[in-house]
Ligand binder design. Sequence first.
Ligand SMILES: [Ca+2]
Ligand SMILES: [Ca+2]
Length: 234
Amino acid sequence: MMKFCCLIVITLCTICVSNGGILTEQCLALNGVCGRKGLTCEQIFGLGWIEKGICCNKKPCCGEESKVIPDINHSCGFETTEQCFFRQSSLDDFDWTRGSAGTPSDDTGPGSAAEGTYYMYVEASNNSPSTRAVLTTEATDLQACPWCLTFQYHMKGSATGTLEVSAGDKTSSLTSIWTKTGEQPNPESWKTATIDIPLYNNLGITIKASVKDWYTSDIAIDDINLKSGTCTNA
Ligand SMILES: [Ca+2]
Ligand SMILES: [Ca+2]
């Protein structure tokens, strides 16, 4: 029976390669595309997929037994004080503040939430230039697969600093993958960030706001969603 199964796999691999990686529901390629998302086996299941050069070796296969990418969605709108999957970091200079209906400073910050009533913001008035506040997923186990991160952000104020998203293996170091600096166009309105996060083992993601100058430097975020898969296919 095993020999019969292996023969089928090898045959399918041949078909896949000869067709330049046509997608099917089956797990086909040595390290070709797999499933409907157009991702390599390693992108979906991580290193080791082709450990012995054979498709499906020791890993869940993209067939009936497992899904191509598990359907996972983490979200956080800050409507309650329950812990979000993004939490306050202690490896920074100060914490984000949960707020609603404006920030204490005039001419900066949102007038209302992007979603619901509450959002998170950095209050620049109390914090010196170049200080930063970080939200991190460090305490959350995130599966090794590609993710699509979206959130709403608000950057209004003549001295607005920088909002930066970084991702990577949290046991080593993170890489900056998205940055906005300064007051944004049409600054009264919330904007949507849509960020593809590639596959990492031990994935960690941070959202960091840096204060550029004194009080007109508030930055707010709301409605964070992290969905498995790429943003194109999510
Ligand atoms: Ca909200
Ligand atoms: Ca902090």
